[in-house]
Design a protein around this ligand. Structure first.
Ligand code: AMP
Length: 284
C-alpha cells in the first residue's frame, strides 16, 4: 500500500493503478463502517484508493475540528489489511486550501434541511472537498455510507449536476452490538453517555414497528421518537424528521419512500442516525 501525503506526488502513484479505481473518502479514525466501504470497493474494483483528511471547511467555527480524533498509523494499518492500494492523506490543510482559496461547490435545495439547517455551512464544505478529491483521485466508483444519508443524497446530486463520470455506491450503516451506529465521534462519549447513545436506534426501531403496524402519519411517527427521547435526560434532540426522500421536506403522511432521521446531542457529542421506510428499502 502506498501512502501519499503531498499532493504533488499523487498523480504518479495514481497513474500506476489499473482501472476501474474505487474511492473511499474518509476523515480517518477508522472503524468498521469505513472498512466495510473499502471492502465493497475491493470486491468490485481493480484498485482501491482511500483518503484521510479532516476537512476543515465542513466544520463551523463552533464545532469540533481541533478535537476531532486522529490516529493515522492505526488507520493505515487497517486500510492495508483491507487490501487498499493507495492512500491520500494530505499532511496539511494548505495543500487543499492554499492562501486565497475561494472556490466553493454549493448543492442548493437539498442542503438547507436536516443537517444543513443545524449546520448551515457543512454541506458546502463537504461538496467542495468531495469535488476536489474526485478531480484529484479520478475514480470510476465512489463509496459512501448510509449513516450519512443526506450527505449521500448531496453527493449523488453533485455527481449528476457536475457531470462527474463516477458511479456512486452506498454501504449500509454498520452498528455496534447494541445498535449504536459506528462513528469516529463515539470516541467522545463518557461511559454513561455511551450507555444512553443507543437510544437513536431505539427510536428508529420503534418507528419501523409502528410502520409495520400500519401507522403512516408523519406527526405520529415524529412524536413517537420525541417521546422516547424525552425519557432519556442525557439525550437532547436537535431534529426529528420523517421526510420525503427526494425533496427532504417533512411529510404529513408516508405514502412512498421516506427518510426517517434524527440528530441528538448526548453531552457535547452530536449523534445522527436514520432508516428508510418501508424498512429494508435503499436510499437510492
Ligand atoms: P467520515 O470519516 O465520518 O467522513 O465518513 C467517511 C465515510 O464513511 C462516509 O461515506 C460515511 O457515510 C461512512 N460511514 C461513517 N460511519 C459509518 C457507519 N457506521 N456505517 C457505514 N458507513 C459509515
Amino acid at each position: 500500500m502506498k501512502v501519499i501525503t503531498s499532493l504533488g506526488d499523487f498523480p504518479a502513484a495514481r497513474g500506476a493503478l489499473t482501472s476501474p479505481v474505487g474511492f473511499v473518502p474518509t476523515m480517518g479514525y477508522l472503524h468498521e463502517g469505513h472498512l466495510s466501504l473499502a471492502r465493497m470497493a475491493r470486491e468490485s474494483c481493480a484498485a482501491v484508493i482511500a483518503s484521510i483528511f479532516v476537512n476543515p471547511t465542513q466544520f463551523a467555527p463552533t464545532e469540533d475540528l481541533a478535537a476531532y480524533p486522529r490516529d493515522l498509523d492505526r488507520d493505515l494499518e487497517l486500510l492495508e489489511a483491507e487490501g487498499v492500494d493507495l492512500v491520500l492523506a494530505p499532511s496539511d490543510n494548505g495543500a487543499l486550501y492554499p492562501p486565497g482559496y475561494d472556490t466553493w461547490v454549493d448543492v442548493a435545495g437539498l442542503t438547507h434541511r436536516l443537517e444543513g439547517a443545524s449546520r448551515p455551512t457543512h454541506f458546502r464544505g463537504v461538496a467542495t472537498v468531495v469535488a476536489k478529491l474526485f478531480n484529484i483521485v479520478q475514480p470510476q466508483h465512489a463509496y459512501f455510507g448510509q449513516k450519512d444519508a443526506q450527505q449521500a443524497l448531496v453527493i449523488r446530486r453533485l455527481i449528476r449536476d457536475l457531470n462527474f463520470p463516477i458511479a456512486l455506491h452506498l454501504g449500509p450503516t454498520i452498528r455496534e452490538a447494541d445498535g449504536l451506529a459506528m462513528s469516529s465521534r463515539n470516541a467522545y462519549l463518557t461511559p454513561e453517555q455511551r450507555g444512553a447513545a443507543p437510544i437513536l436506534r431505539r427510536c428508529l426501531d420503534h418507528v419501523e414497528r409502528l410502520y409495520a403496524e400500519g401507522e403512516r402519519d408523519g406527526d405520529v411517527l415524529r412524536r413517537a421518537m420525541g417521546e422516547i427521547l424525552d425519557a432519556e435526560p442525557l439525550a437532547l434532540p436537535d431534529y426529528i424528521s420523517v421526510a420525503d426522500l427526494e425533496s427532504l421536506e417533512e411529510i404529513a403522511s408516508v405514502t412512498g419512500k421516506a427518510l426517517v432521521s434524527l440528530a441528538v446531542r448526548v453531552g457535547k457529542t452530536r449523534l445522527i442516525d436514520n432508516t428508510i421506510l418501508p424498512p429494508g428499502s435503499g436510499l437510492f
